[in-house]
Ligand binder design. Structure first.
Ligand SMILES: Cc1cc2nc3c(=O)[nH]c(=O)nc-3n(C[C@H](O)[C@H](O)[C@H](O)COP(=O)(O)OP(=O)(O)OC[C@H]3O[C@@H](n4cnc5c(N)ncnc54)[C@H](O)[C@@H]3O)c2cc1C
Length: 386
């Protein structure tokens, strides 16, 4: 289906991103998948191209590009020609804006240039062994002392956890208030800050995911983002964009799966003809084409609404819920059409299938998305409305 949200500049940008990824990711991908981590130089190379924190002002070395469509293109092309293990969106658009929007001038001048060049890799650490969906349940805490805060606790499943240099860490600052949370910038090399191993996982094999530990880490007050007691509200404020970012990636991954499956079924033969000729194959592919197009139209509309500052948390939750379910269904059906080959590592559909499984879990699970959507419909048991 023709997409009507892009202009010539976007098409030119898409072309150059695709070429960049083909040159800088494809040749190394097998090694990175094996190692469970990408070379951190990839961020530097992306920074050279201006792909890191494109939205940042020129004063800090950024491009000042606020049009989310460019970010969407990076995400889509990474799904088609790169690898979901390259956490560029996480670095650039999910973590970077915390510094760009909550940081004071000194923090922006000190930290943004390194993030824009790709020298400083970002991560965000909310989840803990005992609290994921329930952010208000975190136990990592920070205590104020003179010119710093003393941070204690641990985080888990943190993306860019090994390569990362600077983490936005959520920690409790008001002991008896569930929403009394602060956001602390913890830097590589700070005393008492250590990381666990690179966690082995089902998919996203080239992405480093790790545990982080904080043992009396002295975080200078200069590394606190905004008001140290309003972190919970800040997190909620950024979640709509986070969900849109994930939704863009889900539809793009589904599109990638469909394209490789179309090639496969045309070539693979059974009972004297191409698999593509069976009615079941054609009907499955037709259904998938329809679902992806419908999801894409919805996501594109969300992107345009987001550009105008009109994307609500509820609609972003719908986008993430729907797109991740389309990705799950499409990658599953596409793997099925590959037969046994689809189960083998050497066929990339197996990777897309495994990667897709996390989309319904992270950045807010499908169940949490449904909670948010239901509450927006006036169905909120906490208020006795249900
Ligand atoms: C590969 C990967 C990368 C990640 N990267 C990061 C990262 O960079 N930073 C970070 O902070 N976190 C990260 N996470 C963590 C991720 O955000 C959490 O796993 C996710 O929010 C779910 O939390 P949980 O794992 O604690 O599950 P739980 O909260 O324990 O949920 C378990 C199940 O219960 C359901 N459930 C929970 N509450 C409700 C409810 N109210 N109603 C109905 N059902 C409910 C959930 O939907 C889920 O099905 C990552 C996770 C993975 C797997």
């Amino acid at each position: 289906m023709h997409r009507n949200i892009f202009e010539e500049d976007h098409d030119i940008f898409r072309d150059s991103v695709a070429k960049f990824l083909q040159a800088e990711v494809t040749p190394h991908l097998e090694r990175w998948l094996e190692a469970g981590i990408i070379d951190r130089e990839l961020f530097l190379k992306a920074g050279d191209q201006g792909y890191c924190l494109m939205w940042a002002d020129e004063a800090y070395g950024g491009m000042g590009v606020h049009d989310f469509r460019f970010e969407q293109i990076l995400i889509e092309e990474n799904a088609l020609h790169g690898d979901a293990g390259f956490g560029l969106g996480l670095h650039s658009r999910l973590c970077g804006p915390y510094i760009g929007q909550l940081g004071n001038e000194e923090q922006k001048q000190r930290l943004l240039p390194g993030c824009i060049s790709g020298e400083t890799i970002l991560g965000i650490a909310m989840t803990e062994p005992g609290a994921g969906s329930d952010v208000a349940g975190i136990r990592t805490h920070a205590q104020e002392q003179d010119d710093h805060w003393v941070l204690n606790g641990s985080k888990t499943y943190i993306s860019n956890g090994i390569n990362g240099d600077l983490f936005i860490v959520a920690a409790r600052t008001v002991p008896d208030h569930p929403h009394g949370i602060g956001l602390f910038l913890v830097e590589r090399g700070m005393d008492g800050f250590t990381r666990g191993r690179n966690l082995k996982k089902l998919g996203l094999k080239a992405q480093d995911t790790a545990e982080l530990f904080f043992d009396n880490v002295q975080v200078p007050k200069a590394n606190v983002l905004g008001d140290p007691r309003k972190g919970f509200y800040y997190l909620m404020q950024f979640l709509a964009e986070e969900r849109l970012i994930v939704a863009c990636g889900c539809v793009a991954a589904a599109e990638a799966a469909l394209r490789m499956t179309l090639d496969y079924v045309r070539e693979r033969r059974a009972f004297g003809r191409a698999i593509a000729e069976f009615q079941n194959t054609r009907f499955k592919l037709a259904e998938m084409r329809t679902r992806i197009d419908a999801a894409q139209v919805f996501i594109d509309r969300c992107v345009m609404d987001h550009n105008e500052g009109k994307l609500t948390a509820e609609v972003a939750a719908e986008a993430k819920l729907f797109a991740s379910e389309v990705e799950a269904l499409v990658t599953d059906e596409c793997l099925q059409l590959h037969g046994g080959a689809g189960y083998m590592d050497e066929y990339p559909i197996s990777r897309l299938y495994a990667n897709a499984r996390v989309s319904r879990i992270y950045a807010g699970s499908s169940e949490i998305m449904k909670e948010i959507i239901a509450r927006s419909m006036g169905l909120d048991p906490r208020r006795g409305a249900a």
